[in-house]
Design a protein around this ligand. Structure first.
Ligand code: SF4
Length: 284
C-alpha cells in the first residue's frame, strides 16, 4: 500500500513536471496522516490558480470557489461546523491580490483555519503575469520593463493584521513543510503558512536552486516566536538570506469560540426540521 494512499485520488496530475505544487501535495497528505485525521473530517476551499487543481488530487472534502475567496468560504464552513479541520488553500495572486482583504480580516478575527499559501511569485494559470509577490525588477508578460513596485510580504502582513500563527516553509523541503503544516493545523486560531513554491515553467528567477542558496531555519538559530515586534523584524529579511519556520505564535480567543456560545447551536448541530420551522415562522 502506498504511504499516503488514504488521501490520494486516482486523478491524473496535470501540473508541469517538477512544479513546487507536488511537494505541497505530499506534505499535506503526510500532515493529515501524522495527525491521524479522517478524510471526512477535513474540508478545504480553494481559489483560482494552479494550486486549485489540488482539489482533484487530495481525497478529502474539497470546494473550489471564486478567485481570492477561499477564506470567506472557509470562515462560513468553520462557523457552521467547528469540529471540522478547515483549510483555505490559495495562491499568491489569488490570496494577496483578489483576496487580500479577506486575509487581513481572517487574521484579525482569529478564526481557526489554516491558510496554505502557494507562493510562486507569479500568476501561473494565466501563463505569466506579475503577481503581488513578484520581485522588484522581475520581467513578465505584464511587466516587460520589470516590476516597479515593492512585493507584498505575506508573513509581515499577516503578523501586522493579527494572525496568531505565522510561518514560512519551502515546497522543496517536504519534511520541514510537513512539520510546519502539522503545527499550523494544530494551532487553535488563524494560521498562515507562506510556502515558497517554485513555478518551474514561468518563474525563471525564484527557482529551487535560488531558494536553496538562501533559506535557513529559524528553529536552528534559537529564535523564539513569541514576540510580535521581533517577528515583524525577522519577516523583513529577504534576499541573501531567507528565514523559514514559525515567525510568530500566540493563543487567544477564536471567532467561533466568541460567537457560537451566543447562538447556542451551530448550523451543523441543528436538525433540518428546526431550521425549516424557524424560517417559516418568520413569514407566518
Ligand atoms: Fe506549476 Fe508553474 Fe506549471 Fe502552474 S505553470 S503547474 S505553478 S510549474
Amino acid at each position: 500500500m502506498e504511504p499516503n494512499n488514504q488521501f490520494k485520488t486516482n486523478q491524473e496530475i496535470v501540473w508541469c513536471k517538477g512544479c513546487g505544487n507536488f511537494g505541497i501535495l505530499v506534505a499535506l497528505q503526510n500532515a493529515f496522516k501524522e495527525l491521524k485525521l479522517n478524510p471526512d473530517q477535513i474540508l478545504a476551499f480553494y481559489g483560482i490558480g494552479c494550486h486549485g487543481h489540488m482539489a482533484n488530487y487530495l481525497k478529502i472534502n474539497n470546494f473550489e470557489g471564486l478567485h481570492g475567496r477561499a477564506l470567506p468560504l472557509a470562515t462560513g464552513a468553520k462557523l457552521a461546523n467547528k469540529n471540522l479541520t478547515v483549510l483555505a488553500v490559495a495562491g499568491d495572486g489569488d490570496q494577496l491580490g483578489e483576496g487580500g482583504n479577506h486575509l487581513i480580516h481572517a487574521a484579525k478575527h482569529n478564526i481557526d483555519i489554516t491558510c496554505v499559501l502557494h507562493n510562486n511569485q507569479i500568476y501561473s494559470l494565466t501563463v505569466g503575469q506579475a503577481s503581488p509577490t513578484s520581485e522588484k525588477g522581475f520581467k513578465t508578460k505584464s511587466t516587460p520593463d520589470g516590476v516597479f513596485d515593492q512585493p507584498i510580504n505575506p508573513v509581515a502582513i499577516s503578523i501586522a493584521a493579527g494572525a496568531s500563527f505565522v510561518a514560512r516553509s519551502f515546497a522543496g523541503d517536504v519534511p520541514h513543510l510537513t512539520q510546519t503544516l502539522i503545527k499550523a493545523i494544530q494551532h487553535p486560531g488563524f494560521a498562515l503558512v507562506d510556502i515558497l513554491q517554485p513555478c518551474v515553467t514561468l518563474n525563471y528567477l525564484n527557482s529551487f536552486t535560488w531558494f536553496k542558496e538562501r533559506i535557513y531555519k529559524l528553529e536552528e538559530t534559537g529564535y523564539q516566536p513569541d514576540n510580535k515586534v521581533k517577528a515583524f523584524e525577522k519577516a523583513q529579511e529577504w534576499g541573501e538570506k531567507i528565514p523559514l519556520g514559525i515567525f510568530y505564535r500566540e493563543e487567544r480567543l477564536t471567532l467561533e469560540d466568541a460567537l457560537l456560545p451566543q447562538i447556542k447551536k451551530s448550523l451543523a448541530e441543528m436538525s433540518l426540521e428546526t431550521k425549516i420551522n424557524g424560517l417559516l415562522s418568520e413569514f407566518s
